[in-house]
Ligand binder design. Structure first.
Ligand code: G3I
Length: 328
C-alpha cells in the first residue's frame, strides 16, 4: 500500500528488556514473528542489537552476530535497515561508564567505535541515528546523563557525524529523539542544531521523531508543521519508533480506545506523508508481547498494531488505508 520510495519499518525485537522475559530472543527464535517482519515491512531497525552495551560489550570486543543476522534478513527480503545508535546516554556498557577514561581516551574510543560499526555495515545500513536523545524537554543538552557530552562537550556531536560520514559516505546521518513530534523547545533545539552543523560543513542529513505516543495525551496536532519546518530548511525527516500506549490499569483496551489509537497512528503517518522529505515510518514493536511499553509503563500497554497472535488491530488497518490514499 505504501507509495513508491516510502518505507514502512519495524524494530527487530531483541536485547534490552527482552533479556529479562520468559521467551527467547524474538528475532532469532520466533518464526511467525520473522514472517510478519518479512511480509509487512520494508525497513528494519535493530531494537537493541546495535547499541553500545550489546554490540561493544568489552573494550576490545564487538558482538556483531545479532545485527549481522538482521542485516542479512533485510537483504534477503529487499528491506532497508536503519542503524540505531552511535552516541547516546543510555545502554552504554559498564566498562565505558565506569572506566574513568580521560577526555582524550573517550574521544578515541568513540571514533574507533563509529569507524568499526558504521564501516562494517557500509552500503548496507542506509540511515544512522548518529546521536540519540541529546536534548531535554527544555531544549538543553542532557549533559549530566550523557558521558560524551559531559566529558567532551557538545562539539563531539559534530565529530561523531564527521566520523560516521567518513566510515560510510553514502549513509544518511540523523539526529533522533522522543517528545519532539510537535513544535516545541526540544524540536526547535534540533532544528537550530542541524542548521548550525550544516553551516559549518558537518554532514548531517536529517531528524527523526520517535513517536512514542500515549492516549493519556492528545495527539501532537502540529506534527506535520514540525516536520515541514525541517523540510523547508532542506533536511530529511523520518518517524522512527512509533507506538501508542493505551492506559489499561489492569484491564484490556476497549473498542473505543483501539479506535482512538488507530486514529493516532493514522495522524502520525499522514503527518509524515504530507512532507516531501519524510520517507519512512517505523513502528517500535509489532505485538504487545514483545513491546517495551508494559515493562516501562505498568499501567499502560497494547501500544502496537498487531494482537499477540499477529492479527491486525484497527491501527494496522488505519495505516493501510492512509497509505493507500497517499498521493506523493
Ligand atoms: O542495563 C540494565 C542492567 O544493568 C540491569 O541489570 C537489567 C535488569 O533490569 O536491566 C538492564 O536494562 C535494560 C536495558 O534495556 C538494557 O539492556 C532495561 O531493563 C530494559 O528495559 C531496556 O529496554 C530497552 C530500552 O530502549 C532502554 O532504554 C528496550 O528494549 C528498547 O525497546 C528501548 O528502545 C528505546 C530506543 O532505543 C530509543 N527511544 C526510546 C525507546 C523506548 O524506550
Amino acid at each position: 500500500m505504501a507509495p513508491r520510495g516510502f518505507a514502512i519499518g519495524a524494530a527487530a525485537a531483541g536485547g534490552g528488556h527482552h533479556l529479562e522475559q520468559d521467551y527467547p530472543d524474538p528475532f532469532t527464535f520466533d518464526h511467525t514473528y520473522r514472517g510478519v517482519l518479512a511480509e509487512h515491512f520494508s525497513s528494519l531497525t535493530p531494537e537493541n542489537q546495535l547499541k553500545w552495551e550489546f554490540v561493544h560489550p568489552e573494550r576490545h570486543k564487538y558482538n556483531f552476530g545479532p545485527a549481522d543476522a538482521i542485516v542479512r534478513f533485510a537483504q534477503r527480503h529487499g528491506q532497508k535497515v536503519r542503524g540505531h545508535t552511535l552516541l547516546w546516554h543510555s545502554q552504554n556498557p559498564a566498562w565505558l561508564n565506569e572506566g574513568n577514561f580521560s577526555a582524550e581516551e573517550l574521544r578515541k574510543i568513540l571514533k574507533e567505535h563509529i569507524f568499526t560499526v558504521v564501516g562494517r555495515y557500509r552500503g548496507k545500513i542506509h540511515q544512522w541515528d548518529v546521536a540519540n536523545e541529546i536534548f531535554d524537554g527544555d531544549g538543553n543538552y542532557r549533559t549530566s546523563e550523557n558521558i560524551w557530552l559531559r566529558t567532551l562537550g557538545p562539539g563531539i556531536i559534530a565529530d561523531a557525524f564527521r566520523w560516521a560520514h567518513q566510515a560510510d559516505p553514502k549513509a544518511k546521518l540523523f539526529l533522533n529523539d522522543f517528545g519532539a513530534e510537535g513544535v516545541n523547545a526540544r524540536s526547535t533545539a534540533y532544528l537550530n542544531l542541524v542548521k548550525e552543523l550544516r553551516a559549518v560543513g558537518v554532514p548531517v542529513h536529517g531528524f527523526g521523531v520517535q513517536g512514542h505516543l500515549s492516549l493519556a495525551f492528545s495527539f501532537p496536532s502540529d506534527m506535520a508543521a514540525n516536520l515541514k519546518r525541517f523540510d523547508d530548511a532542506g533536511f530529511e525527516t523520518a518517524v522512527t519508533e512509533v507506538d501508542v500506549r493505551i492506559p489499561l490499569n489492569g484491564g484490556t483496551a476497549t473498542e473505543e480506545q483501539l479506535r482512538t489509537q488507530a486514529d493516532y497512528y493514522r495522524q502520525a503517518v499522514e503527518a509524515c506523508l504530507s512532507v516531501r522529505g519524510c520517507t519512512s515510518f517505523t513502528v517500535w514493536g509489532t505485538t504487545n508481547r514483545y513491546s517495551w511499553v508494559p515493562v516501562f509503563f505498568p499501567n499502560e500497554g497494547e501500544a502496537t498494531i498487531f494482537t499477540d497472535d499477529f492479527r491486525p488491530k484497527p491501527a494496522y488497518t488505519a495505516l493501510q488505508t492512509a497509505l493507500a490514499k497517499a498521493r506523493r
